[in-house]
Design a protein around this ligand. Structure first.
Ligand code: FMN
Length: 229
């Protein structure tokens, strides 16, 4: 079941290929920070809208970074499940018994980030995270496809899985449960809302004149600052 090759020579060869791989090659989009809105939510919505319109692959996929009570960080990829651009908040979902759920219970603040290579754009947000009510979690879950609902009902995200045979058995049982009980929702399913305290927009330039615009929440408004890239 092993994949790949071993050894320092293979690592060097891999590194050479990594170094030769094109990055930020363009053509990329441009960005004029002087014309950016006074709040980051509308800018996020505009960049996401453009990514969707241009067919950027999976622009709804984001990295969520959390920290455990002892400060140990963890990052993983998730789906964006909602946007509140007026308040610069984003919504995602997962099991509260998973690693991220445990981190957020102990330390309810997180970072989310996106990178859309075809546009040369990175967006980052950090802020406090709230778990939304059970009705919201239920609606979120029941809006998913039967296959996705069955996947969430088999086992508990991040708990050890005994064997592939157990996996196949539990998946089959979950598919049967979804057919018999279409309203079933996993006990731990939770919708979370991150309200940005800070947001940052990074526009790459093939000539390396990258631009970085940072927003910090300031009372009811936002302070905008250019940062060295
Ligand atoms: C494209 C993609 C989308 C994903 N979407 C979600 C999601 O919306 N919610 C979720 O809990 N896990 C999602 N996952 C799985 C997570 O990356 C992760 O493996 C899982 O949530 C367990 O992480 P944790 O132990 O840090 O909680 C997704 C993975 C990929 C690759």
């Amino acid at each position: 079941m092993s994949e790949g090759t071993d050894g320092a020579a293979a690592d060097r060869e891999l590194l050479e290929r990594i170094r030769a791989a094109p990055v930020l090659a363009g053509p990329l989009l441009t960005f004029d920070p002087d014309r950016a809105p006074g709040a980051p939510g509308p800018l996020f919505a505009a960049w996401l809208d453009r990514a969707l319109a241009d067919g950027v692959p999976e622009p709804q996929i984001m990295t969520l970074s959390t920290a455990a009570a002892d400060g140990t960080p963890s990052a993983r990829v998730l789906m964006l499940r909602g946007v509140d651009s007026a308040d610069c908040a984003v919504v995602f979902a997962g099991d509260r018994r998973s690693g991220k759920g445990r981190d957020l219970a102990a330390n309810p603040v997180a970072a989310v980030s996106w990178y859309w290579p075809a546009h040369g754009r990175q967006i980052r947000m950090t802020g406090p995270v709230d778990a939304l009510d059970a009705g919201t979690a239920r609606r979120d879950y029941l809006g998913r496809s039967p296959a996705s609902r069955a996947a969430g009902l088999a086992g508990v995200t991040s708990a050890p899985l005994g064997s592939l045979a157990e996996y196949a058995r539990e998946r089959r049982a979950a598919q049967e449960r979804v057919a018999a009980e279409p309203d079933a929702v996993p006990e731990g399913h939770t919708v979370y809302r991150l309200r940005a305290r800070q947001a940052e927009f990074w526009q790459a330039d093939p000539e390396r004149g990258h631009l970085r615009l940072h927003y910090t929440r300031d009372g009811d408004g936002w302070t905008r600052t250019l940062l060295w890239p």
